[in-house]
Design a protein around this ligand. Structure first.
Ligand code: R5P
Length: 294
């Protein structure tokens, strides 16, 4: 196995190469004046299982093109198998037709990656695990929630309340609850599919005087966490924290969340950010070592 250092995830890929004790393949890359991407493998992948580590976060379209080009380059240079390790897989939220006339973005992406040469995919906390069943190659998602919950145990917040911002994320809160050992619950969130506006309520939630950690897969604009924090304050929570796997933190999301009374935001290095305090490297390295995919 050789680990290709995708331009969007170089630091994480280096850690994974170290933990798996596999050789690294550096990548030369540049962007042409018109915005087009260029990549070149700076190592030999002949007869190798090439593992490309490349997230697809804020510059997702460019990063997806880089990933596709890397898969193609690996195959053209003799790799017998290409596995894409994509910690944050963009476009996974458009996983069904919500309104007539739409496409299913994540299925388009999967077919695009297959055409480029990807034979298997490993991701982390994909928005909905069912999505992967439609992929044209073996695909698996890992969960970083236990690692995030462990961060709060280490901080001395064992027994904290694990809160999901919506019912769909309750499985995330339950995974965190197993580590934290306290209670778990969820808010109700409704999204208007035309305007994108969301509204949340916190019926039957007893968090008075408790330390609450809001767990989510993604923090993007921060609106979901700001809304949840407002409800938690109204319900009398003593301390509020938030943890997410993919800290996209678009615009002033970090400031908005802190201004809403959240004491700390914790994310992983699947998307490199100021709050990436938990590394995915051990989780991904273990999965690669166990050959859990493909
Ligand atoms: C949506 O269902 C996701 O799980 C997240 O809650 C959402 O993407 C967060 O977005 P934002 O930070 O913009 O509210």
């Amino acid at each position: 196995m050789k680990i290709i250092l995708g331009p969007a995830s170089t630091a994480l890929a280096e850690k994974i190469a170290q933990l798996t004790n596999q050789e690294k393949v550096p990548v030369a890359h540049k962007t042409f004046p018109d915005g087009e991407s260029y990549i070149r493998l700076e190592g030999n992948v002949q007869n190798e299982h090439a593992v490309i580590v490349q997230t697809t976060s804020a510059a997702q379209d460019t990063q997806l093109m880089q990933l596709s080009f890397l898969a193609d380059a690996a195959k053209r240079n003799g790799a017998h198998k290409v596995t894409a390790v994509v910690p944050y897989l963009a476009y996974a939220r458009q996983d069904k037709i919500f309104l007539q006339g739409e496409n299913i973005s994540i299925e388009t992406i999967a077919r695009m990656l297959q055409a480029a040469g990807v034979d298997a995919l490993l991701t982390v906390n994909i928005h909905s695990e069912n999505t992967l069943k439609k992929f044209p190659f073996p695909a698996k998602t890992l969960s970083a929630i236990p690692l995030l919950a462990e961060y709060f145990v280490q901080k001395g917040f064992k027994k904290a309340f694990a809160l999901a911002p919506d019912k769909g994320a309750m499985y995330i809160a339950e995974q965190a609850q197993k580590i934290l050992g306290g209670e778990a619950g969820h808010l109700e969130k409704h999204r208007d599919r035309y305007t994108g506006q969301t509204s949340q309520t916190g019926k039957n939630l007893n968090v008075k005087g408790q330390t609450v950690v809001i767990f989510d897969d993604i923090i993007s604009s921060g609106g979901t966490i700001v809304g949840a924090a407002k409800i938690l304050r109204e319900l009398g929570a003593a301390k509020i924290f938030t943890a997410c796997v993919h800290p996209l933190l678009i615009g002033n999301a970090e400031k908005r969340i802190l201004d809403a009374g959240v004491e700390e935001i914790v994310g992983t290095d699947g998307v490199a950010s100021r709050v990436s305090k938990v590394s995915l490297a051990p989780l991904i390295a273990e999965a690669l070592k166990a050959q859990e995919i493909g």
